[in-house]
Design a protein around this ligand. Structure first.
Ligand SMILES: NC(=O)c1ccc[n+]([C@@H]2O[C@H](COP(=O)([O-])OP(=O)(O)OC[C@H]3O[C@@H](n4cnc5c(N)ncnc54)[C@H](OP(=O)(O)O)[C@@H]3O)[C@@H](O)[C@H]2O)c1
Length: 346
């Protein structure tokens, strides 16, 4: 099944974007246009709420259609960026209709049958897809893209991640809530949170996913931990995460403490990361200039800096560093489009 799909995709494929009106969906359209993805036909789907409207694509106005069970009959690749519930319901229908689905939701990510792919790391996984490919959690992608070039040569034994996650990770409505709450705060008006559970302006809070009463980890932390293990192909990787939502509009950041198998120096890390795909070292102690969401936003590379020996490990095997990446791009839309590009050349 996979084989005929891949050869079918050699030609310019017919694409569908599900959730085209969302924060990720809109970026998918931008990525497809910017990268001149060789599509022969494009259809945009959203809920009934937005159906009938239009979105721009390459200077044209494209009609938004309502998602239905029948809409995938003429689709080769379906890029899904709606909810996990929408993916569970419609992705299998799209696959049955002959499409390859690249899904941004968490619905299928941990299914052992479904490849969970970051092209720079494990594009080789794509050969085993059966119509469904999962795009990883954004905080996981941003943290592990810069770790992969290191892990390849000096295995990571233990990883401690603390995230600083932007509003955009919670979708278009959360971005609007941050803007509205900030305006209200500056005007001295009261603002009642509607999308996120806590006041967002000039505040930060533990990630808004549910806490597992048994482990004490929230849903986002669990995703970061389990998905990182799957993508790195290391089910025994010792990893812990603390995920926090910060009042940044777009682009996540994360602090990484990494213990390797063997001793490693900051100079080695810098040289391994220089020129690594999808990574840009921004590490200027003299100017105190390091990765920031404001500079990460709008670009595909993950910024990496504050690379230093973790002095709490006397065996010299640990490094501390700080990363920032546009999670709407590399954390979601761009990664999905890069997967689609790999399918064409597979
Ligand atoms: N934001 C991120 O950085 C990020 C990163 C990685 C993964 N993801 C995942 O990507 C998905 C989309 O996230 P987002 O941030 O773009 O959310 P969003 O801004 O809230 O957009 C959701 C999209 O899904 C559509 N949708 C909702 N219900 C639907 C239905 N019943 N039928 C068809 N379409 C429906 C919406 O259409 P309407 O406009 O018509 O409501 C909208 O286009 C989520 O699963 C999210 O977890 C997001």
């Amino acid at each position: 099944m996979t084989h005929h799909r891949v050869s079918r995709l050699d030609a310019a494929p017919r694409l569908a974007v599900v959730g085209a009106t969302g924060a990720v969906g809109r970026e998918m359209l931008t990525c497809l246009a910017k990268r001149n993805f060789p599509l022969s036909h494009l259809r945009l789907f959203a809920s009934q709420r937005c159906a009938g409207g239009a979105l721009p694509f390459k200077g044209r106005s494209m009609r938004i259609e309502e998602l239905t069970a029948e809409c995938f009959t003429d689709t080769d690749i379906a890029l899904f960026s709606a909810s996990a519930a929408v993916a569970r319901r419609y992705a299998p229908l799209a696959v049955e209709s002959g499409a390859v689905v690249i899904d941004n939701s968490s619905a299928f990510r941990l299914d052992p049958e479904v490849p969970l792919v970051v092209p720079e790391i494990n594009a080789g996984e794509l050969v085993r897809h059966r119509g469904l490919i999962a795009n990883p959690n954004c905080a996981a992608i941003i943290s592990i893209v810069p770790l992969w070039p290191l892990h390849r040569v000096n295995r990571i034994r233990r990883l401690v991640i603390a995230t600083y996650q932007a509003a955009s990770g919670a979708g278009a409505a959360a971005m609007q809530e941050l803007l509205d709450a900030t305006r209200a705060h500056l005007d001295g008006r009261e603002h009642k949170p509607q999308v996120l559970p806590h006041p967002y302006a000039f505040n930060l809070f533990s990630h808004n996913t549910t806490i597992d009463p048994e482990t004490g980890y929230n849903g986002e932390e669990t995703k970061v931990m389990l998905e990182s293990r799957k993508i790195l192909g290391d089910p025994d990787l010792r990893i812990t995460a603390t995920c926090v939502r910060v009042p940044v509009l777009r682009a996540h950041a994360a602090s990484l403490n990494v213990e390797f198998d063997r001793p490693i120096t900051p100079a080695e890390v810098r040289s391994l990361l220089a020129g690594a795909p999808g990574v840009r070292v921004l590490d200027d102690p003299a100017r105190n200039h390091f990765p920031m969401p404001s500079e990460a936003q709008g670009q595909g590379d993950i910024l990496v800096g504050r690379i230093r020996q973790d002095v709490s490990d006397h065996s010299h095997r640990s490094i501390a560093m700080f990363v920032a990446g546009d999670q709407l791009l590399k954390g979601a839309a761009l990664n999905a489009v890069q997967i689609a590009e790999r399918l064409l050349t597979a």
